[in-house]
Design a binder for this molecule. Structure first.
Ligand code: MRU
Length: 354
């Protein structure tokens, strides 16, 4: 195994003694590839808030492991006492970030195990919780492979692709979603030219996507977010591939802030715009994008983060939404592990769940 290829590393796993969650701390990349072990509730919560672990599927996997690790710290044989403490942990972890539905989705799966086994001894419930969180991760690996296969059908050798934020191996397990087809194609001898938006203000494109693709030997060019239009105009982009944090029932898609601007540009230049994500990111309970809560983050991320000195006065007002919603009318197709959905999405997405 090559140490260089990020898709071959385990970025979110349970420690061998099963008492902590081990992650690659994404805030240290690309300068340091370091693992960190987390077992305290506050540290697990902080890791999500601070984006040490990030990307919708990775947050889901992490939440499953975190829920299990915390469940093991509840020392009681009494079901009522156990379940109350368990659900308290769920609520705490679930409040870390609001937009990516995979957090809530994974925690609901863990809650379901506790609810459905109320008659069983706590020791057996713990065993089932362990099985469930490991299954979430295993399913993610299978899901990434299937999405990558489906996404690859949209590409041909030599294509230029623009991507925004990071929907690669670090955001999932193995291949990633939007980056998956590129890595899989590369393994099969295809060559793509990828433009990675740097993704202000937290630079997931620069720090993570460009890093993953460079390590995999893919031809990647880093651009600032405001350069997307010129590379499209130059004719260098044949398709846009992005991930998603929550897809509403009508296809409106929340993803990293700036994604909707890329979709509007792509429409202007007549470039197909593809959203790639697992069915666990589709939230049929959100009718449209208006129902999706958008996370607001600290102004310091805009004013001073990554700069040697602040680049704005401390009293300057900032608006820092972490996500935006791309209107379904701008999306060419939504590529999932179960198949490729085309408009009208209110029908094609529903069929995925029938
Ligand atoms: O704030 P982040 O870095 O968690 O935002 C991540 C994204 O917007 C990704 O595109 C999305 O989660 C898909 S990851 C496969």
């Amino acid at each position: 195994m090559s140490e260089n290829r990020i898709e071959q590393l385990d970025n979110v796993i349970l420690s061998p003694d099963k008492n902590s969650v081990v992650i690659i701390d994404q805030t240290l990349l690309p300068n340091r590839l370091a693992y960190t072990n987390l077992s305290r509730a506050d540290d697990l919560y902080e890791a999500i808030v601070k984006l040490r672990v990030r990307g919708a599927p990775a947050i889901g996997i992490f939440a499953g492991f975190a829920s299990y690790v915390l469940a093991k710290q509840i020392h009681t044989e009494d079901y009522e006492e156990f379940s109350q403490a368990f659900y308290r942990n769920t609520r705490y972890l679930n409040s870390a970030r609001p937009t990516a539905v995979n957090l809530n989705w994974a925690l609901c799966r863990m809650d379901g195990v506790v609810r459905d086994n109320a008659q069983k001894p706590v020791s057996e419930i713990l065993q089932r919780l362990e099985k469930e969180c490991l299954a979430i991760r295993e399913e993610d690996i299978v899901m990434c492979t299937a999405i990558s296969e489906n996404g690859l059908k949209m590409l041909k050798d030599g294509d230029g692709i623009l991507t925004h934020c990071n929907a690669g191996p670090l955001a999932t397990s193995r291949y990633g979603t939007a980056i998956g087809p590129i890595l899989m194609g590369q393994e099969r001898g295809l060559h793509f030219k990828v433009f990675a938006d740097e993704t202000r203000p937290l630079l997931q494109g620069a720090r993570l996507t460009a890093f993953e693709l460079q390590k995999a030997g893919v031809d990647v060019t880093l651009i600032c977010d405001n350069m997307a239009s010129i590379v499209m105009k130059n004719g260098w982009v044949r398709a846009c591939f992005v991930g998603c944090d929550r897809v509403a029932a009508n296809g409106d898609t929340a993803n990293k802030i700036g994604t909707s601007g890329v979709a509007i540009l792509a429409r202007h230049y007549g470039i197909p715009f593809y959203v790639l994500g697992p069915t666990s990111t589709i939230d049929m309970e959100c009718t449209t994008g208006d129902d999706i809560e958008i996370e607001l983050r600290a102004p310091e991320e805009i004013r001073e983060k990554f700069y040697v000195e602040p680049k704005a006065l401390p009293e300057v007002k900032c608006y820092n939404p972490a996500f935006d919603v791309t209107d379904h009318s701008l999306i060419t197709a939504i590529i999932t592990e179960k198949g490729i959905c085309y408009p009208p999405y209110s029908e094609s997405l529903r069929l995925l769940f029938d």
